[in-house]
Design a protein around this ligand. Structure first.
Ligand code: UDP
Ligand code: MG
Length: 232
């Protein structure tokens, strides 16, 4: 059955999040009650029961990758499957709080094109907090995205902003840079952050720092050649 076009699509990448997905879905439905929304889950080739544990409801879309393709691929696919006028992005491990989504939407109503959450009180290990702080500092200066915490997935954007996104491994760290580069207005707000209580983080120092640094150079070139247009 084709559902009417939702006002909001919430896109969530999931990789081996079987013990988070049920509670996440409950929290989403209660945080978004009264809104016209769909949830787009992208199962990024999970090897556990993540996909089976997604409750299939008319307001839920589940994309299932054949095999693990990475968080950027999952988010890109979900963003392009989304039908809502506004697209919200959220991690699937319950570290982001669905209750923050209405706060992001309020900023869009006030005129922002992309709203980025920043984690005022991080609930991660010391190593992760320090590496993330360094990465955010370097990246925001290098790409001039003007955002203090791109590592925070929790964001909302008008659907047209997705035209700025280019699919490459690592893209999810440069969404503000790419969207801002196309001339869109970005706003930041503090959001809640919670410790991961089930499943494991998919990133460590080794698989994040070097790749993200190389990507920065690529993004800087891309920004220097990015097409800029707005439809009247
Ligand atoms: N994720 C994904 N594919 C991957 C790695 C991660 O879809 O290859 C998802 C993961 O399930 C989670 C989000 O991306 O919903 C962020 O991952 P994680 O929590 O491991 O990152 P961290 O919070 O440790 O930076
Ligand atoms: Mg996490």
């Amino acid at each position: 059955m084709t559902q009417p076009t939702p006002a909001l699509s919430v896109v969530i990448p999931l990789y081996n999040e079987q013990d988070n997905v049920e509670s996440l879905q409950k929290q989403l439905h209660s945080a978004l009650s009264g809104l016209n929304y769909e949830i787009v889950f992208v199962d990024d080739g999970s090897k556990d029961a993540t996909a089976q544990r997604v409750e299939k409801r008319p307001d839920v879309v589940l994309l299932e990758f054949e095999k693990n393709a990475g968080q950027s691929a999952a988010m890109y696919a979900g963003i392009h499957a989304a039908r809502g006028e506004v697209i919200a992005l959220l991690d699937g491990d319950l570290q982001n709080d669905p209750a923050d989504i209405p706060l992001l939407l309020a900023e869009i109503d006030k005129g922002a094109d992309l709203v980025c959450g920043y984690r005022a009180k991080r609930k991660d290990t010391v190593v992760k907090r320090i590496t993330s702080r360094v990465a955010n500092f370097v990246r925001s200066r290098f790409t001039k995205d003007g955002v203090r915490d791109t590592g925070c997935t929790l964001k909302a954007m008008r659907r047209e902003c997705r035209a700025a996104l280019v699919p490459f491994y690592g893209m999810h760290r440069f969404i503000p840079a790419l969207v801002k580069g196309m001339g869109y207005k970005i706003v930041e707000i503090p959001v809640n952050h919670r410790p991961r209580t089930a499943g494991v983080s998919k990133y460590g120092l080794g698989n994040r720092a070097i790749k993200a640094t190389v990507d920065m150079f690529g993004v800087r070139w891309l920004l220097s050649r990015q097409v800029k247009y707005k439809v009247k």
